[in-house]
Design a protein around this ligand. Sequence first.
Ligand code: SF4
Ligand code: SF4
Length: 307
Amino acid sequence: MFGRARSPVVRKDHSACSGCSLCLLVCPVWRQTRDPRLTPEGRAKALQHGAPARELAASVAACRLCGACEPVCPEDIDLVGMTLGLRAHLADPALVTALHGRMKEIASQPLRVLDAKIAFLPGPALREKPQVMARITALTGAVPSTDDGVDIEEALQSGIPIPRERLERFLGHLRAAQEVVVEDGQWMRPLREWLPKARLTSLGAALGNLDAVRRSLRKTDLYVIEPRAYHSDYERLVGHYDRLRTERGCAFNLDLQRIAIPPAAQADWILKGLRVERVVVERQEDAEAFVAHGAYPVVHLAELADH
Ligand code: SF4
Ligand code: SF4
């Protein structure tokens, strides 16, 4: 038996696509390539016309899973789920076998339940920053998970089913937590299904709600929002960022698709035309492009209270 992530709301499939192109306008891949075949509309229309998954391989691989397309789709199509379903069809059997082998091995290792009311799921780049991690725990009370779930993340991004025993080990050690704070919004969608009683909070919201952090934001900061969490918790977070902008006056990467594009040109693109003195990131992974850009100091939101 396998556990699969599914959307908590009943969404439609590709057959409902009307071709309105709204998803195309917000898709970072469209913004980068101007190739309609690489967009969610392109995939939905191709499926409507009976295209087999193998013909959509390039399009499916190009998706950044940022989730920007879903909130704008007037037909409520499960666009991320559609892409993940295609990825599952296209997954290399050898890679699936290797990943499942790794998961089986991890599942066999004992792990004690995380004794914390608030659990924290950091990404790999943040785990490499113990001082920032310690700061996050000190500020929010959230205790980092001892199972990093990197293999589960890989399976989620590839649409690969997760063996039940692996999922049970991972979720079992989070079960005592009443709240789970996630650095990467990719976790929001599956965790809503897997831990329906837990409150899920993005790291940006958990830190941004603290006075010590908020009052350290300056008008001259560029605040880089983590787009996956934003798009998966849009109704709640739109008010959060609007309050932050009104209160602190800093600039935001409101054109959120841009952060979903990983090449080195990303920082140039986001910073173009902005007059800022510092870059503040919610996700450590996003810091790298701005550090490489080199024009401004880059700090994690958790470090703000010290600045
Ligand atoms: S998830 Fe992001 S990258 Fe993928 S199709 Fe939707 S908007 Fe485009
Ligand atoms: S927004 Fe929805 S209905 Fe419109 S083109 Fe995209 S997938 Fe189709």
